[in-house]
Design a protein around this ligand. Structure first.
Ligand code: SF4
Length: 307
């Protein structure tokens, strides 16, 4: 089937010649936006587990976490290659020696062809990039750094209590690319404080920063967050599904077609959220986006020719 956007699964097949799956690994990292280093309270949408819903406990050995998931994936999808993925919290925010130790353990995992590290844009130093560049060369791995842009509107970032600016994202993205590492940018498409112009700006930023891949999240309300409080107090006005589909298509139209889309709709379990995807499965929402794109005859990057 022809998809109106560049799927990450396709990107991986083209790169490795076969299916590759990401395996989440949890290490003892934390977040500087919670402990006072950058801010207190964390981002208003972020749950206690640092947005790592699929993770095992931090104290479990990396190889044990990896092998457990590998077995499941091998059985279910007959996959042979994997990317070890540090998802929760800010994974460059831990003592540097510990960071090096955990990353070296991950580089040695059997059948692991790549490592993905999720972190904050203001939390990556030259020493992290130097170490990752060396690790990449030493083990012949692809290394991707995932950072949260969320919105190209600084006022929205302030409301989200992100504790960083869009300029921080620009600076860290440039350094990641200059180091020869892959860049993945995360954004939230249906932030009620953003306008359609902000969404276009966000798409253009993803393109201009030469991201290799991107994740589009639909805003959901996780339990125990500031957002949940706002939701119950009715100070949060969620966009409708129709508005969100329109915005997602708009965003995709400004993202270069070579940027692999790792995600287009959020996935979170019912027990962890009070609102997610308008009570529909993420697959159903995704299908509606695809269907509308086909109906409109549009696709990822369509509007870039107009810039
Ligand atoms: S989203 Fe990231 S930066 Fe924000 S509170 Fe969660 S772990 Fe910290």
């Amino acid at each position: 089937m022809d998809f109106p956007y560049f799927r990450y699964s396709q990107y991986l097949i083209e790169k490795y010649g076969e299916k590759v799956y990401k395996i989440p690994i949890n290490i003892p990292s934390y977040c500087p936006n919670r402990d006072g280093t950058k801010g207190y309270g964390g981002c208003i949408f972020c749950a206690e587990d640092g947005s790592g819903h699929e993770n095992m406990a931090q104290h479990i050995d990396i190889a044990v976490q990896y092998d457990a998931m590998k077995q499941i994936l091998q059985k279910k999808y007959r996959v042979q290659k994997y990317i070890a993925f540090l998802q929760s919290f800010s994974n460059t925010y831990l003592p540097f020696d510990d960071f090096k130790k955990y990353l070296t353990q991950m580089a040695k995992l059997k059948d692991c062809v790549g490592i993905a590290i999720s972190t904050r844009p203001d939390c990556i130093e030259e020493r992290h990039l130097d170490f990752l560049t060396t690790l990449k060369a030493q083990y012949g791995l692809d290394i991707s750094v995932e950072i949260g842009l969320q919105s190209a509107n600084d006022e929205t970032l302030c409301i989200l209590n992100r504790g960083h600016t869009t300029e921080d994202v620009v600076q860290s993205a440039r350094k990641i690319k200059a180091a020869g590492l892959e860049l993945c940018l995360h954004v939230i498409v249906n932030l009620p404080w953003d306008s359609n112009e902000d969404v276009i700006k966000t798409g253009k930023m993803i393109t201009a920063l030469r991201a290799d891949s991107a994740k589009i999240h639909t805003l959901y309300v996780a339990k125990g967050t500031v957002l949940e409080k706002m939701y119950h107090e009715k100070t949060l006005k969620m966009l409708s599904l129709e508005e969100t589909i329109t915005r997602t298509i708009l965003l995709l139209e400004y993202i270069d077609p070579t940027v692999a889309m790792q995600r287009i709709v959020s996935r979170v379990t019912e027990e962890k959220s009070v609102f997610c995807n308008w009570n529909q499965s993420w697959r159903k929402v995704l299908m509606q986006i695809e269907e509308q794109m086909r109906c409109e005859g549009t696709r990822q990057g369509r509007c870039l020719t107009k810039i």
